[in-house]
Design a protein around this ligand. Structure first.
Ligand code: ATP
Length: 306
C-alpha cells in the first residue's frame, strides 16, 4: 500500500502541492492527470525520492520516504519526463549500469525481460546516442522497471512515441501484473485504456480521485430552463448527487444549466424538476469524458465531484 498524507511542497515559498492525500492499493494502475503546472511531476519526484516534501508524509509498503530513503528507492522505479541516459553506452550496457547502481548482480535475464517488454532486443547493442527519440523513451521505460520494482512511477511515458509504440506501451503496462503504477499523462486515451483509476490535480490540489468505472456511470446534462433560473438552481443544489457545473444565459428567456449526475438518476431528475415547477424547453445528455472533466476543472467550473 502507498499512503500519501497531507502532502505539501513549496518552491521558494510558492506552493506546488497543497494538502494532497490518497492511497494506492497493491497492483493498482492509477493515472495522474492535470493541466500544465498542476503539480504532477512534483508529486512523482517526491514519491521517487528525488525531492523531499515540505510537509506531510508518504509511506511506500510501510517504509517512510523521509526516514527510509534507501529502502524505498529499492522498491520504486521512476521514468522522469527526460530520462537520464548515457549516449556512449549501448542499451544493454546502460541497463547493466542501472542494475549495478542498485547493487543488483546482473543476471542478464532481468535485462532481457525489460528489453523484450519495450521491444528493444534488436537495438540492444546500439549506442544510446544513435537512437531515435522514441527508442530512447523506451530505454527510459526499461530502466524504470528492470529491477522489478513494486511501485512504478512513469512521467509522460507516451510522449514522443508513435501510434504503434503507444499500442505496444499500453499492452506492456497492462501485462506488468502485480506492480503498482502511477502514470502521469496528457494522453487521456492512454490513461483511460491503461488505468483503473484517475487522480486529477489542479493548481497543486487533488480535486478528483475516481475510478474510471464510476466516471462512466455519470452523465453530463445541459438543461434549457425557461422558468426562473435561480429557482431551478435551488432545486438542483438540493440533490446531493447533482453537481452544477455552469449557468449560462442563452437569451433573456432561456438559461442553460450544465450539471453532472449519475446516469441512472436522469429520468427521476427530470420528473423532479417538473413537479418542482421548473419549466424546461429542452435538454441534452452526454457521457462524461475524462477530457471534459479536465477542461471543467481548469475553467473553474467544478471544484470537486463525489
Ligand atoms: P506539466 O504538465 O507542464 O509537466 P506538471 O503538472 O508536471 O506540469 P510541475 O512540473 O509539478 O507541474 O510544476 C508544478 C509547479 O511547480 C509549477 O508552477 C512549476 O513552475 C513549479 N516548479 C516545479 N519545479 C520547480 C522548481 N524546481 N523550482 C521552482 N518551481 C518549480
Amino acid at each position: 500500500m502507498i499512503d500519501v498524507m497531507c502532502l505539501g511542497k513549496s518552491y521558494d515559498g510558492t506552493p506546488a502541492l497543497t494538502d494532497v492525500s490518497f492511497s494506492l492499493r497493491p497492483g493498482e494502475r492509477v493515472g495522474l492527470v492535470g493541466v500544465n503546472g498542476a503539480g504532477k511531476t512534483t508529486l512523482l519526484r517526491i514519491l521517487a525520492g528525488a525531492s523531499m516534501p515540505t510537509s506531510g508524509s508518504v509511506t511506500v509498503f510501510g517504509a517512510d520516504i523521509s526516514r527510509d530513503r534507501e529502502h524505498v528507492a529499492g522498491m520504486v522505479g521512476f521514468l522522469p519526463e527526460v530520462p537520464p541516459l548515457y549516449p556512449d553506452l549501448t542499451v544493454r550496457e546502460f541497463l547493466q549500469y542501472v542494475l549495478a547502481l542498485r547493487g543488483i548482480e546482473t543476471t542478464g535475464t532481468l535485462i532481457d525481460v525489460a528489453l523484450h517488454a519495450v521491444d528493444m532486443i534488436p537495438a540492444s547493442n546500439k549506442r544510446i546516442g544513435t537512437l531515435s527519440l522514441g527508442q530512447r523513451k523506451r530505454v527510459g521505460i526499461a530502466q524504470a522497471f528492470v529491477h522489478r520494482p513494486k511501485l512504478l512511477l512513469l512521467d509522460e511515458p507516451g510522449s514522443g512515441l508513435d501510434p504503434i509504440q503507444l499500442d505496444h506501451l499500453r499492452t506492456m503496462l497492462r501485462r506488468l501484473h502485480g506492480i503498482t503504477m502511477l502514470i502521469s499523462s496528457h494522453l487521456l486515451g492512454e490513461v483511460q485504456e491503461t488505468c483503473d483509476r484517475v487522480l486529477l490535480l489542479h493548481e497543486g490540489r487533488l480535486v478528483e480521485d475516481i475510478s474510471l468505472h464510476d466516471m462512466r456511470q455519470r452523465c453530463l446534462m445541459m438543461l434549457d430552463v425557461v422558468s426562473s433560473c435561480d429557482a431551478a438552481i435551488d432545486v438542483l443544489r438540493a440533490i446531493p448527487e447533482c453537481h452544477v457545473l455552469s449557468i449560462m444565459n442563452k437569451s433573456r428567456a432561456t438559461s442553460e444549466i450544465r450539471i453532472v449526475i449519475p446516469k441512472k438518476m436522469r429520468t427521476a431528475l427530470l420528473q423532479h424538476l417538473i413537479t418542482s415547477g421548473v419549466v424546461l424547453e429542452g435538454y441534452r445528455a452526454d457521457p462524461t469524458e475524462l477530457g471534459d472533466r479536465l477542461r471543467d476543472v481548469a475553467k473553474g467550473r467544478m471544484p470537486a465531484c463525489a
